[in-house]
Design a protein around this ligand. Structure first.
Ligand code: FAD
Ligand code: NAP
Length: 552
């Protein structure tokens, strides 16, 4: 067991450290903890004023996880997982943020985190094999390694709608929500977007606001979460069996222990299928997509699930015209991130909620008074932009990263992200990404993927140290082969058929590449472990000592 060398950590002022970590969400926090245990010095820079990442920024009404909390939580500490109590099955943002702060305090993380500081540049010093990291406060730090724990969904996007700045009322983005409570009482609120964030927030805003007008470009599939209070029995069933369940979850495709029905949707007759979908609808949440094993692979199978959800929407929403507008028809179910809700479709039965289909009547501009479509001008007090993120690459590309021989990340990724295992990119040595493009990341329980990446990176850094290696860089051929594999596996599924943010389709001009790795968390972990066991196959290592022992 490595001893806890946390006393070696050196606080917030050092200008030379072993590792700079960018971001203090769940990834950066766990990484800091692990680095300290190895006796490495680290500084973490965080743009926000607190820890928690996603759960620090996304404070919109109704924000909560869609992977149940017993699984959407750290597994690395038995004491932590035994002592923490989640009040609900799917925890709300304030509870997840409280958990992040609890972890930071319990493991004394904050003393090495510099808050309110954005990393703006990272330049490689070839001779010294170090990085010089620059920040927006003017501070620079030198480090052997940089780890980008910057998150996949951390650059929120305001849409390019004419006149947006002219609006006289209040504007909000779900991904940058104010810290104080926003009061919508008696107000007319426009919500633009109908992705997961909108689907969670609309029902809650509608309960408080005078009127809510939803501007929908593309309807999404949403499954009721069936959230509820955590019962002592359910909590205990997990806590008594945590080690086994966590271990099993790591081998699953999504990193979530879930009830997969391992047969094709076409293997059941219509009545049996219906019964199965009904049971899944009652069970709730993302488990719906595991009703059959080929919903993501076979269009005919997928169509059966689409038909069932359409039927449910028609059943719930009383006004048939509104129900028709809410039916997603332009993508197979699950190929955009499936949404999970509490009373989303039911909310359209409220008198104070209306739905504007901006396919029929596009938004022309935002005026000082509200939203003008080709059909009408809607005078509103507030506009909520639930318009998503420049996902997976946006945050990384904001940083001026210059690697070996002047290679910039922006040039390197001009046609879309290129990585080896989603961990590193050729030309940029000693810089790791956590849940980078090319890894399962957003297609998984992110806590599982974060812990796997952190463990792998920490083991690699430790191995380098033990073997006198000062630099590691992905091999171009290995990277090209991985990119091809990521692409090939994606195109075996129905996912590329949707204009999703997985494909970069939500950002005008962004290269259309399927970014996450769809091969599954279990298979991916095996691959990463094999690479490490083979002395980091597919990476170039350089440093003082000529030979390296095999990785542990
Ligand atoms: P983040 O939490 O995004 O943290 C990254 C941090 O890096 C941020 O705090 C950011 O401020 C900081 N940062 C970025 N760039 C810089 C810079 N240049 N300098 C300094 N700091 C920087 N995943 C699931 O598995 N299950 C869920 O139920 C789930 N629900 C979600 C709900 C919402 C609303 C959103 C937006 C995402 C959800 N996700 C979910 C994905 C979620 O992002 C991950 O689960 C996880 O929280 C990511 O942690 P992270 O530390 O990798 O990144
Ligand atoms: P999103 O899924 O990208 O949804 C953005 C919405 O805004 C879409 O409906 C989009 O329409 C619309 N939009 C974007 N630009 C627009 C424009 N110019 N005019 C009109 N509409 C526009 O973003 P999100 O809802 O924030 O979710 C992002 C991801 O975060 C999710 O997929 C999920 O991974 C995660 N998340 C998870 C949860 C959870 O349940 N745990 C909750 C929130 C977020 P189009 O579809 O037509 O582009």
């Amino acid at each position: 067991m490595p001893q806890d060398n946390s006393a070696l950590s050196i606080g917030r002022s050092a200008s030379e450290v072993d590792v700079v970590v960018v971001g203090a969400g769940f990834a950066g926090m766990y990484l800091l903890h692990r680095l300290r245990k190895l006796g490495l010095t680290a500084r973490v820079f965080e743009a926000g004023s607190g820890v928690g990442g996603t759960w620090y920024w996304n404070r919109y009404p109704g924000a909560r996880c869609d992977v149940e909390s017993m699984q959407y939580s750290y597994a690395f500490s038995e004491e932590l997982q035994q002592e923490w109590h989640w009040p609900e099955l799917f925890s709300a943002q304030p509870d997840i943020l409280a958990y992040a702060n609890h972890v930071a305090d319990r493991f004394d993380l904050k003393r090495d985190i510099t808050f309110n500081t954005r990393v703006t540049s990272a330049h490689w010093n070839a001779g010294a094999a170090t990085w010089t990291v620059g920040t927006d406060t003017g501070e620079t730090v030198t480090a052997r390694h940089v780890v980008m724990a910057t998150g996949c969904l951390s650059s929120s996007r305001m849409p390019d709608i004419e006149g947006r700045e002219s609006f006289k009322g209040r504007t909000f983005h779900t991904g940058q929500w104010p810290h104080e409570k926003v009061d919508f009482s008696g107000r007319t609120v426009a919500v633009i977007g109908t992705g997961s964030s909108a689907i969670q927030s609309i029902p809650v805003i509608a309960e408080e606001a005078g009127r809510v007008i939803v501007f929908q470009r593309t309807p999404n599939f949403s499954i009721p979460s069936r959230n509820g209070k955590m019962t002592p029995e359910y909590e205990q069933s997990w806590k008594q069996d945590y080690a086994r369940r966590r271990a099993e979850a790591k081998t699953m495709r999504s990193g979530v222990l879930s009830p997969l029905n391992d047969k094709s949707a076409l293997a059941d007759d219509a009545a049996a299928r219906r019964e199965n979908y009904e049971a899944r609808w009652k069970l709730g949440g993302t488990y719906f997509m595991q009703a059959y094993n080929d919903l993501a692979l076979n269009k005919a199978s997928n169509d059966t699930a689409v038909a069932f959800v359409h039927e449910k929407i028609r059943e719930i929403v009383k006004d048939p015209k509104v129900a028709e507008k809410l039916l997603p028809t332009n993508h197979p179910i699950g190929t955009k991130r499936i949404c999970v809700d509490t009373n989303y479709y039911e909310t359209y039965n409220r008198e104070n909620v209306s739905l504007i289909d901006i396919h029929e009547t596009p938004i022309l501009r935002i005026t000082p008074e509200g939203v003008q479509t080709s059909g009408e001008t809607y005078v509103v007090d507030d506009i909520v932009f639930a318009t998503g993120f420049d996902a997976m690459t946006g945050t990384l590309l904001k940083i001026d990263i210059i690697g070996r021989d002047g290679t910039t990340l922006r040039d390197k990724w001009h046609g879309g992200p290129r990585t080896y295992l989603g961990l590193m990119t050729e030309g940029i040595p000693n810089m790791f990404m956590i849940t980078g493009p090319g890894s399962p990341s957003v297609l998984s329980n992110m806590m599982v993927s974060i812990e796997q990446h952190v463990d792998w990176i920490v083991q690699c850094v430790d191995w380098m140290r033990a073997n006198g290696k000062t630099a590691i860089e992905a091999d171009l051929a290995a990277e090209n082969a991985w990119v091809e594999h990521v692409n090939e596996v994606a195109f075996r599924t129905l996912y590329p058929q949707a204009n999703s943010w997985y494909m970069g389709a939500n950002v005008p001009g962004k290269p259309q590449v399927f970014m996450p790795y769809i091969g599954g968390v279990g298979a991916y972990r095996v691959k990463c472990d094999e690479v490490a066991a083979a002395g980091y196959a597919g990476f170039h290592l350089s440093g003082a000592k000529a030979t390296a022992a095999a990785a542990e």
